[in-house]
Design a protein around this ligand. Structure first.
Ligand SMILES: [Zn+2]
Length: 67
């Protein structure tokens, strides 16, 4: 999990707020986990991880594939 860096833009880019926006779906375990990651990334100032987590929440299917 840690120590791995992804090539990419500097973390200090003035990204638009919506890039960090995430609307977790209530009751979705994946969203909950992603929001924990997002919070942790925010704590350590990791904008890249924050963005990735927010994007993952936006892309989350909220368990619709669960059978
Ligand atoms: Zn979800």
């Amino acid at each position: 999990m840690s120590g791995r860096r992804y090539p990419g833009p500097a973390v200090d880019l003035p990204l638009d707020g919506w890039l960090y926006e995430a609307k977790p779906h209530e009751g979705c375990e994946r969203c909950a986990e992603l929001m924990r990651q997002l919070g942790a990334a925010k704590e350590r100032g990791d904008a890249n991880a924050r963005f990735e987590a927010a994007r993952a929440v936006r892309n989350c299917r909220h368990g619709v594939e669960r059978q």
